[in-house]
Design a protein around this ligand. Sequence first.
Ligand code: ATR
Length: 274
Amino acid sequence: MKKWYAVIGDPIAQSMSPEMHDAWFRENGINASYIPVHVKVDQLKEAVESLKKLGCSGWNVTVPHKTAIIPFIDKLDETARRMNAVNTVKVLEDGTLYGMNTDGQGFVRSLQEVYDCGETIGNVLVIGAGGAASGISFALEDAGFGPITFTNRTFEKAHRLSSGFSRSSALSFKDAESLLDKFGLIVQTTSVGMNFAQSGIPLDPSGISDGTIVTDIIYNPLETDFLRIARIAGGRTLNGIGMFVHQGALAFELWTGITPDTKKMIQSISTKLG
Ligand code: ATR
C-alpha cells in the first residue's frame, strides 16, 4: 500500500521538503508521497490526531510547532528531549508517535562533508540563542567541537544558553566583533539576512582570520550579506542548503532505512535557487 508523509508548519507553502522527499522516494523506488500541511498554532492537537487517523507514516515539524508538539508525542529520542524540540515524527507499527530532532546533526554532517574539520578547529562562535542555535550547538559539542561561545542581540539569552555547555561563555555582539579572529568556526543562526525576514547582518564578520570557516544556516538567498562579507574577508563559507538537505536525509533514513543521495540534492536545490 502506498505510504504518505507530511510536513506541518505555518507558513508552509515555501517549504522545499515535499519536492526533496518526493524526489528521494522516486529515486529509491519507494511507493510513497509527501505533502505540505498548513497547521495554525491553535490547530496543532487536532492536526496530530488527524495525521494519525488518516494513516500518515511520519512527518516533519517546522516553525512554529517544534516545541509545542512535544506534549502530543509518545516517545522522544535523547536529542529531541535535550533540545526540547522535535522536527521529525515516525508513527511506529503500534501507533506510538516517536519524535526526534535531526537539525543539529544535519548541520554537523553538512559541515564535515564540505570541510574536513573537527576538534582541531578550535574556538566556535555561535551567533543567535534560539532553537536553531541550541540544536546545532548540542550536535557540535557531541561531535567534539568547542569550546563554544554564544553571542546574541539579547545578551541574557546567550548567557542562559551558554550555561548548558561545558567550557562555554557569552559575549555581546560588540565584544564578539572585536574578538572574531580568535574563532576557527563561526555559525550564524539568526534570521537576519533571510529573504522576506530582515535584511542586513547581525554583526560585521570583516574581522575574521584568513581561512576561518563561516557558516550561515540561511539558504535563501544562497549567499547572505553576512556570508559575502566573510568570504571577501578570507573566510571559507558555507550556506544552509547542506543542513536543510541533511536534516531531511536523516528523517528519510528514520522512515525508510535508506540513505538518500544528498550531494545531488544539494546541487539541484542550489541550481534552483541560484
Ligand atoms: P530559531 O528556532 O530559528 O533559532 P528563534 O528561537 O525565534 O528561532 O531565535 C531567533 C534568533 O534570531 C534569536 O537569537 C534572535 O535574537 P533575540 O534573542 O535577541 O531575539 C535572533 N534575531 C532575530 N531577529 C534579529 C535581529 N534583527 N537582529 C539580531 N538578532 C535577531
